[in-house]
Write a protein that binds this ligand. Structure first.
Ligand code: NAI
Length: 255
């Protein structure tokens, strides 16, 4: 049965996914700050290294699937933390676990992005290039100066999507598929905290998709499980929006 590592396993989408995967017979390695098989802080270089070492030890260097779901939203204590967890931890774990995935059976990985990545103007912001250049200290200092959590969040999710798409050739050579799922509203603690935020609460509550509702974590877990599976054997480097029609509504001519 497949060995699957999942970050953000203690809550929301990651917890729903782990439950589905265990039900389907996967050996799941859950990773989170607490209440996980591997407890570590992905905001720090030490925490990321610990995760990589422990995943390699628990999987004996052969990993079939990786899902990078851990993330923080606009209510995070600092903008730098948003970039550290949502972008730099993802970049580090993809690099650190690529070889183990290359040893896996019909291996694949999924990164959880966001429909926030299509927020107008974010693609032009210099913070995107700074992240993609791997300049963590510089990017964190710059975004903390700007003090715009929604830019930090949208930027982190755009950068991580570009990062994945840039890896298609390298990862195809390893025989590992890599895709992004971009959710819209998912009713999790992260979303609930955003609806109660003094600065962004009203806009978050008004962010309603054409389907007229938010989604449940299991609905996103279904999409991630599909992308991990052989059913998606020709999907690679794709950003799959699972957002109730939000992306199509905001920019129908782009896809
Ligand atoms: P959640 O808050 O329920 O779960 C996120 C998990 O990530 C938590 O268990 C948390 O402890 C973990 N995490 C956060 N910082 C960490 C760190 N430094 N080290 C280790 N683990 C850490 O949130 P949700 O909604 O399930 O979020 C999952 C992913 O989905 C995130 O990447 C989020 O940005 C993304 N997303 C969520 C949306 C929503 O409406 N809920 C919409 C679009 C994307």
């Amino acid at each position: 049965m497949p060995i699957t590592a999942v970050t953000g396993s203690a809550s929301g989408i990651g917890a729903a996914l782990c439950a589905q995967l265990r039900e389907a017979g996967h050996t799941v390695i859950g990773i989170d700050r607490a209440n996980a098989d591997i407890n570590a802080d992905l905001a720090t270089a030490e925490g990321r290294q610990l995760v990589i070492e422990q995943v390699l030890a628990k999987s004996a260097g052969t990993l079939d699937h990786l899902v990078l779901c851990a993330g923080v939203g606009v209510t995070a204590p600092s903008c730098g933390l948003i970039l550290a967890v949502n972008y730099f931890a993802v970049s580090s774990l993809l690099d650190g676990l690529a070889e183990a995935l290359g040893n896996g059976h019909e291996a694949s990985a999924v990164v959880v992005g966001s429909v926030a990545s299509v927020q107008p103007g974010v693609d032009k912001h210099p913070i995107i290039a700074q992240m993609l250049d791997g300049d963590e200290a510089g990017a964190l200092a710059a975004i903390d100066d700007i003090k715009e959590p929604s830019l930090a969040y949208a930027g982190s999710k755009l950068a991580v999507s570009i990062l994945v798409r840039r890896k298609v050739r390298e990862w195809a050579k390893r025989g590992v598929r890599l895709n992004v799922v971009a959710p819209g509203v998912v009713e999790t603690p992260l979303y609930k905290a955003s609806t109660e935020d003094a600065r962004y609460g009203e806009a978050t509550r008004n962010f309603v998709a054409p389907l007229g509702r938010g989604s449940q974590p299991d609905e996103l877990a279904n999409v991630i499980r599909f992308l991990l599976s052989d059913q998606a054997s020709f999907m690679h480097g794709t950003v799959v929006f699972a957002d109730g029609g939000m992306d199509a509504m905001m920019r129908p001519e782009r896809f």
